[in-house]
Design a protein around this ligand. Structure first.
Ligand code: GLN
Length: 274
């Protein structure tokens, strides 16, 4: 029987990102990375080695690591993901931070996450603001199932899940609406490369200039926000000026673009006039 070290090193050299092999081995063995580091001299039994090799093979064929393991960390949460959901990205934590800065602690606010996917934004807001009423909307029933399981796993059963198109399922008036909508140009060649090929097209691309969904949200969100309420939108790093000018032409105030961890425009927000 080979030991873990031998099997791991062989996989590390086959995968372009070495850390991915560690991640896939941890998943195959259902152990932590720390456990593996402490047991590198242990023999690896055939069934587990087979499970690991199958995972490595899928990765070599392009499947994103998160779809192989079925998990991705976001904010403080470990989230289940599936090919029905976008894989949460660290960029989106910029949006969560900006939202939290605008949600006072200890007041019962109503918040919505549109196009919730795995539930990343909604659940991060719900865990940070226990007194808030959080609505999570997605048009995909399959994605909502994943999001509901994530809510249950983290004890966030009070999140309200609704299936439907963007703003249509919302009822009543909200203090803040957040969304990481699709925003890639439909002809962008990146959609045909890497992990993006495996993610739901409807969560990525949005018309010729990538702004179709954002235009809908900018035009429609105002009537669902209380005066002074906030709209926060994630977008591509070159879309900041376009999103700000959309907000201004629809009468929003306080239009401002924030940068992600890599220093690129990523989130634009606007406020419903009081
Ligand atoms: N940020 C993602 C990417 O460019 C796209 C996510 C989205 O469209 N909301 O890979």
């Amino acid at each position: 029987m080979p030991d873990l070290r031998t099997v791991l090193n062989a996989a590390r050299s086959r995968l372009s990102d070495g850390y991915e092999a560690d991640y896939l081995l941890a998943h195959a063995l259902q152990r932590s990375g720390a456990w593996i580091m402490a047991h590198l001299d242990d023999p690896l039994e055939a069934a587990l080695q087979h499970a690991f090799e199958t995972a490595v093979q899928r990765r070599l064929e392009g499947t994103p690591v998160a779809y192989i393991t079925g998990h991705r960390g976001f904010w403080t949460l470990d989230l289940e993901v599936s090919p029905a959901t976008l894989i949460p990205r660290p960029d989106t934590e910029t949006l969560v931070e900006a939202a939290l800065e605008r949600i006072p602690v200890g007041t019962p606010q109503r918040l919505a996450d549109l196009g919730t996917g795995s539930g990343a934004i909604a659940l991060a807001l719900a865990i940070e603001r226990p007194e808030a009423e959080v609505w999570a909307v997605d048009c995909s029933a399959e994605a909502l199932e994943v999001a509901r399981r994530n809510a249950r796993r983290h004890g966030l059963d009070r999140v309200v899940f609704r299936q439907g198109d963007w703003l249509s399922p919302l009822q009543g008036s909200f203090d803040l609406i957040a969304s990481n909508p699709p925003y890639i140009e439909s002809s962008d060649p990146h959609l045909q490369r890497g992990d993006l090929r495996f993610e739901p097209a409807a969560a990525l691309a949005s018309g010729r200039d990538g702004l179709d969904a954002i235009r809908q949200l900018v035009a429609g969100s105002g009537r669902l926000l209380r005066p002074g309420g906030w709209l926060l939108l994630e977008h591509g790093w070159r879309q900041g000026p376009a999103v700000r000018s959309l907000l201004l032409s629809h009468g929003w105030s306080d239009a401002e673009t924030l940068r992600d961890l890599e220093g690129r425009d990523r989130v634009t927000l606007g406020r419903r006039r009081t």
